[in-house]
Ligand binder design. Structure first.
Ligand SMILES: C[S@@+](CC[C@H](N)C(=O)[O-])C[C@H]1O[C@@H](n2cnc3c(N)ncnc32)[C@H](O)[C@@H]1O
Length: 467
C-alpha cells in the first residue's frame, strides 16, 4: 500500500544518520547476534508444530522490537511524495521513458496510481520504459555494493535480496542517480513485515498466518546476517548504507522490492529482476495482460488493457494471483478476485486406526496421503482429486469396506471442511468490515474471501449428499 511519507518539509537537507553511542552499538550487536542465532537454528528432527513456531516467532519478534528501540533515532531521509512528482517526471524524460495520456494521482487506500488525462482506447501504448531507466540485478552489481554481491552466497543466488540492498544503498546515497525515482516511493507498506503481533494473530485460521510468521523470521535472519557483514567488512566503513542499516530500513527495502519487482529478459540468461519506474505506479484491476517486453528495443511496453475514460484510474492486470499471495507479496486483497483459491492441508493421521487402509486406498487412486489441496470459488470448488481424498480421509471402517459402491463419506467430508479454526464467522466479518481501517481491514477482507470459498465448498459437498 502506498502510504504517505511521514514527510519532512520540502528543501530539508539530508544531514546524515544519527551515530549511535558505542555502548548502544555494543548492546545492538549482542541482540543482532541473538536474532541471527535463533533464526539460523537447525530445526529439530521432528517438524515443529504450529504452537512451537508461534512461540519462537514471538521471541524473535520481541528481540526485533528491542533492536528497533535501540535504532529508533536512525531514520531514513523522508520526502513528500507529492512534491517529488515534477522532479520525477523530468527524470523520466531524461531517461527516455515515454508516458502518454496519464498523470500521477493519489488513490487513497491504494496509494499513488495513474490517472488518465484523456480517453484511452484499448490497445494504445501508454507507458514505454527503456532498460536504462530500470534498477536491476545488473545495476546492483555495478553499484558500490557490486563486490559484496559478487562474492556473497545469498546475494549471488537471491536477486530479490541484492535488489533490496541496492535500493537501500542508493536511497541513502545523496549522490545516487536514482534519487528522483527512489524519493517518490512510499515510505511504508501494508506488508505483514509492518504488522503488530496482534495484527498477525488476526490471521488465525488462514494459511497466511504461517506464511507471515515465516516471512518475518526470514527477514529478521537476513537483517541480522547483513548487519554483521556491514559492521565487520573493512570496505563497508565508507559505504553510505552501513550507518542507515536498521531493521526498519531493511523491511522498507524488502517491501519495496516485494510489491514492485518484475522479471525482465536478459540476453542469453533466464532474465533478471527489475524495478520499472513509472510503470510501477500502476495499480491492479482484473482484466488482461497488456504489458510486454520488447527484446529488440530493450524496453517495457504497456498498453491500455481496456477503454479508459478521461479521469479514470489507469490500471493494469498483475496476473493470476490468489488473495493469500496478493496479501503476502503486495499488501492488499481483492474482494471478488476471479483467481482466488484457498489451500487446505489434509493428511491421514498416523493415529488414525484406519491409517494403513486409507493410505493404501489413496495410493491405489494415485493420491498422496497428505498434502495441500486447492479450493476455488464458485460452483465447482473442489477438484476430483480433493473430493476423492476427503471421502477417504473421513471414512469409517464400514465405508472403507464398501467404498467402491457409491457416494458415501461426503457427509463427513463437509464436517472435515468445517474444522477450520477461524475465530469469527463470515457474517461477523461482513458486518465488521465497513468499520475497519488499514491492516485490520485488509486482514478481515482476506478472512472473508477465504470463508466464502469454504462456504462454496460446503454447499457443493452438501449437494452431493444423498437426498
Ligand atoms: C506496483 S505498486 C503500485 C503503486 C503504488 N500504489 C504506489 O503508491 O506507489 C503496487 C502496490 O499498490 C497497491 N495496490 C495496487 N493495486 C491495488 C488494489 N487493487 N487495491 C489496493 N491496493 C493496490 C498495493 O499496495 C501494491 O503493493
Amino acid at each position: 500500500m502506498g502510504k504517505k511519507r511521514n514527510a519532512k518539509k520540502s528543501g530539508s537537507k539530508v544531514t546524515g544518520p544519527v551515530k549511535l553511542l558505542p555502548q548502544t552499538r555494543t548492546e545492538l550487536s549482542a541482540l543482532v547476534d541473538e536474532v541471527f542465532k535463533r533464526c539460523t537454528k537447525v530445526p529439530s528432527a521432528t517438524a515443529p508444530n504450529a504452537a512451537q513456531e508461534w512461540t519462537e516467532y514471538t521471541e524473535i519478534f520481541q528481540l526485533i522490537q528491542n533492536i528497533r528501540n535501540l535504532e529508533k533515532d536512525v531514520l531514513l531521509p523522508a520526502y513528500s511524495r507529492e512534491e517529488q512528482i515534477p522532479t520525477f517526471m523530468s527524470w523520466l524524460k531524461e531517461k527516455g521513458v515515454k508516458i502518454s495520456g496519464v498523470e500521477i494521482g493519489d488513490f487513497g487506500m491504494q496509494g499513488f496510481g495513474l490517472k488518465t488525462t484523456e480517453d484511452l482506447q484499448q490497445g494504445v501504448e501508454v507507458i514505454n520504459v527503456p532498460l536504462e531507466a530500470m534498477m536491476t540485478e545488473d545495476t546492483a552489481r555495478k553499484s558500490y555494493l557490486g563486490p559484496l554481491i559478487e562474492r556473497d552466497p545469498i546475494l549471488q543466488h537471491m536477486g530479490n535480496v541484492s535488489l533490496a540492498l541496492h535500493v537501500l544503498g542508493e536511497y541513502v546515497n545523496p549522490q545516487s542517480p536514482w534519487q528522483p525515482y527512489l524519493r517518490i516511493l512510499p515510505a511504508s507498506y501494508s506488508t505483514t513485515l509492518y504488522f503488530s503481533q496482534e495484527e498477525v494473530l488476526g490471521l488465525k485460521g488462514s494459511p497466511a498466518l504461517e506464511e507471515a510468521v515465516r516471512q518475518f523470521r526470514n527477514i529478521a535472519r537476513q537483517y541480522s546476517y547483513f548487519y554483521r557483514i556491514l559492521h565487520s567488512l573493512p570496505e563497508a566503513r565508507s559505504w553510505p548504507i552501513k550507518d542507515y542499516f536498521t531493521f526498519d530500513a531493511y523491511r522498507w527495502a524488502v517491501s519495496t522490492i516485494m510489491t514492485r519487482q518484475n522479471r525482465v529478459p536478459t540476453k542469453g540468461a533466464s532474465g533478471q529482476l527489475a524495478l520499472i519506474p513509472a510503470w510501477d505506479m500502476c495499480n491492479h484491476e482484473q482484466g488482461i495482460y497488456s504489458t510486454d517486453y520488447d527484446e529488440e528495443k530493450n524496453c517495457c511496453v504497456c498498453l491500455a488493457q481496456k477503454d479508459f475514460k478521461k479521469g479514470d484510474q489507469f490500471t493494469i492486470y498483475y496476473g493470476k494471483r490468489h488473495n493469500v499471495e496478493l496479501f503476502l507479496h503486495n499488501g492488499f486483497v481483492e474482494i471478488g478476485n476471479e483467481n482466488d483459491s484457498l489451500a487446505i492441508k489434509l493428511g491421514v493421521s498416523k493415529n488414525d486406526p484406519l491409517h494403513d487402509e486409507k493410505v493404501a486406498l489413496l495410493t491405489s487412486l494415485g493420491l498422496p496421503s497428505s498434502g495441500s489441496f486447492m479450493l476455488i470459488p464458485g460452483l465447482h470448488p473442489i477438484s476430483p482429486g480433493l473430493l476423492a481424498f476427503t471421502r477417504i480421509f473421513c471414512m469409517d471402517k464400514g465405508s472403507l469396506d464398501k467404498w467402491k459402491d457409491d457416494g458415501e463419506g461426503q457427509g463427513s467430508a463437509t464436517r472435515g471442511l468445517r474444522f477450520r479454526a477461524y475465530p469469527t464467522t463470515l457474517e461477523e466479518d461482513q458486518a465488521a468490515l465497513p468499520t475497519l481501517k488499514g491492516n485490520e481491514a485488509i486482514v478481515r477482507s482476506l478472512l472473508m474471501c477465504e470463508k466464502m470459498i469454504l462456504k462454496d465448498a460446503m454447499t457443493y459437498l452438501s449437494s452431493l449428499l444423498p437426498k
